[in-house]
Design a protein around this ligand. Sequence first.
Ligand code: 9MR
Length: 361
Amino acid sequence: MRSTPRTPARRTRVRAAGLAAATALLLGLAAAPSAQADTPHHHRTATLGDLAERTGRYFGSAVDNPELADTDYADLLGTEFDSTTPGNGMKWYATEPQRGVFDFTAGDEIVRYAKAHGLKLRGHTLLWHSQLPGWLTSGTWTADELRAILKNHITQVVKHYRGKVFAWDVANEIMNEDGTYRENLFYTTLGPGYIADALRWARAADPKVKLYLNDYNVEGTGAKSDAYYTLIKQLKADRVPVDGFGMQAHLALQYGFPYQMEQNIQRFADLGLDVAITELDIRMILPYDATKLAQQADWYRQVTEACLAVRRCVGITLWGYSDGHSWIPSTFPGQGAALPWDENLRRKPAYDAIRSALAGT
Ligand code: 9MR
């Protein structure tokens, strides 16, 4: 079994666990079975993060700042996963609450948490039609003004997190379902060129970070993912820096599994891109029952296997990992149970399905 490279924080933790176990042995104490102990004789049970790393990928979960106060939740996130994304902390309303006044408090808290637990960090998101600050949405801007505002926002935020995030969702949800451009503030004022501009400004601010476009309902083939395929092909032809395509994967049992997911991931990879599953959850109409949970587990397995089948599918992120911290019930009343852990942090069938898919068993 190939040992996986660990981050300093994780190595220290594993070493500390080994030391504690050795001390217990010296003292003649019976070693209690522990999932965390990693001695020369006893290997710590591999986490989803460990299993993903063995395939050269990551397995993460988003976290929203208030959830860090739920210590059971934060502890499990920090041990089971090897990557995280701020659910809200790096969005425009949080990072530039007043024009030209930047506040990195929430994002920095996630950076510190990720570092302390040895997690990689995805940046989310520089540009979106939603969760914009009031000063931006209530203002009227000329194209020159808005271009300067967008450039400054991207430049300041990307520079601040340079070396701290490995990827950015530069532009989030910029297409309609029919494959036309979403008429957000930037499109209506600047035209479609704002996308290439945003990518170039992000690249200028951090030459190394991976730059993504990210959206939902693009996991399968269809008009919306076709539109991204065409756009990204053109951006590449124009030498615009774009490194990745993020498929959010907010799935719902009642709407069917995405059509040709693996082939769809593959065609974006074939453009020379990284692909990531960025916000995975699989909701259902409540109440849940064993049949629905089994179907959900099968879908989690299928998503994981679709990613594993494509070399450039670099990782999977859950949009929160437990039913206790999920955006679904408040947004879709009567739906939920979307994550692999329940509200009491008990593993559901989906957990085992992901685990065996990652392990290839
Ligand atoms: O998880 C986020 C939730 O806390 C916010 O209230 C919500 C506002 O729309 O945004 C959620 O995250 C979204 C993500 O940023 C982009 N894709 C859809 C996610 C769910 O709405």
